[in-house]
Design a protein around this ligand. Structure first.
Ligand SMILES: NC(=O)c1ccc[n+]([C@@H]2O[C@H](COP(=O)([O-])OP(=O)(O)OC[C@H]3O[C@@H](n4cnc5c(N)ncnc54)[C@H](OP(=O)(O)O)[C@@H]3O)[C@@H](O)[C@H]2O)c1
Length: 337
């Protein structure tokens, strides 16, 4: 991977130029079972070495663990790589000591408090893109975004992002301050943004950082029905990973596998390349936490999907083909999108 030239994309019309694939670091600290710390840091270093410039985290991923991990990786990286790296941070999710989810806090004083702690944990003097993870239903988006805009003015934040909000909130936020990107789930089996969200972001010049492009590993081609998921693993509760839903969804993966095999690429590469093909305004975040997975994901940048490929993929996995919601019911309630 060393020395390869990385394609770039812009995060909206006001945001920074970033690598066409970003590295999502959540799984290195939380939600997908045990992760290996040394391998996580080696994966971040390999990504930076390959030209990945966008690292995504949340202050609540392992309650600060993920930010401390990224900070450590950045300090140990060669200066040239460290200086190129942009860190995108989500805040606002409230967690209990047992890991429980207690709601969201988007009050201006809380925004500044969250940012102060993130800067300290990351060991940086500014955050490149800052966003609330979910809308706080008790705080108008104008107030939350306005507080981030104050942090931009003071130099603590460079760009403002959004996460998992609908078209109405996107418009209100964009009327308050320039918004670089919306982070939202988008994959072959999560196409909900196509109806109203994507037209709104395109009209407003807001980029998309797409997460869950492999549907949390479900459509990676590596997930099997007999995989044992620990109690802290998000997938142990995700509707798409349960019983008949899982069997159905893995059937979709087998249909994709045939296409992948014909093209001599992997299922994960087809799934990532499909998201890349949906527009220059979309930057997929890949959740690799091992170097072998990262290498596979980066290989998607070399996969060209022509019209016949896209038609075959659409036939194998039509919009709405997945069985089960993308989050458990309690978490679906926090989504506007
Ligand atoms: N804004 C939001 O609400 C939100 C929500 C969720 C995530 N995110 C962000 O988006 C990032 C990506 O999300 P995600 O981790 O759920 O996405 P993902 O890339 O769909 O899923 C990652 C999972 O896929 C598996 N996988 C298999 N092959 C892979 C490959 N070649 N490359 C990468 N992963 C592979 C990994 O499994 P193994 O490690 O077991 O191999 C890992 O468990 C997160 O890290 C986080 O930063 C944002």
């Amino acid at each position: 991977m060393v020395g390869m030239t990385m394609r770039t994309r812009s995060l909206g019309t006001t945001g920074p130029q970033v690598s066409a694939l970003g590295l999502g670091c959540m799984g290195m600290s939380a939600l997908y079972g045990e992760a290996d710390r040394a391998e996580s840091i080696a994966t971040i270093h390999a990504a930076l070495e390959a030209g990945v410039t966008l690292l995504d985290t949340g202050d609540f991923y392992g309650m600060g663990h993920n930010e401390l991990l990224i900070g450590e990786a950045l300090r140990a990286a060669p200066a040239a790589r460290r200086e190129q790296a942009l860190v995108s941070v989500k805040f606002g999710a409230l967690r209990g000591p047992d890991g429980s989810w207690l709601g969201y806090d988007g009050r201006p004083a809380a925004v500044k408090n969250f940012a102060a702690y993130s800067l300290q944990r990351l060991g940086v003097d500014h955050i490149d893109v800052y966003r609330i993870a979910r809308l706080d239903p008790d705080v108008p988006i104008e107030e939350t975004v306005g507080a981030i805009a104050e942090l931009v003015e003071k130099g603590y934040v460079r760009h403002i992002g959004l996460s998992e909000v609908g078209a109405g909130t996107i418009r209100r936020a964009a009327a308050t301050a320039p918004i670089a990107d919306l982070q939202i789930e988008y994959s072959l089996i999560s196409r909900g943004i196509e109806d109203a969200v994507l037209p709104a972001t395109r009209e407003l010049g807001i980029g998309i950082t797409a997460y869950g492009v492999l549907s949390r590993g479900l459509i990676s081609g590596h997930f099997t029905a007999d995989r044992q998921l620990g109690p802290g693993d998000f997938r142990a509760r995700s509707p798409r990973f349960q019983g008949d839903n899982l069997q159905h969804n893995l059937g979709l993966v087998e249909a994709l596998r045939k296409i992948a095999e014909q093209k001599g690429v992997s299922v994960a590469q087809i799934a990532i390349a499909w998201v890349l093909s949906r527009g220059e305004d979309i930057v997929p975040l890949v959740g690799a936490r091992r170097r072998d997975r990262l290498t596979e994901a980066l290989g998607a940048l070399d996969v060209t999907l022509d019209a016949a490929d896209l038609a075959a993929i659409e036939q194998a996995v039509p919009a709405g083909a997945a069985a089960g919601d993308r989050y458990p019911a309690a978490q679906m309630a926090h989504l506007e999108s």
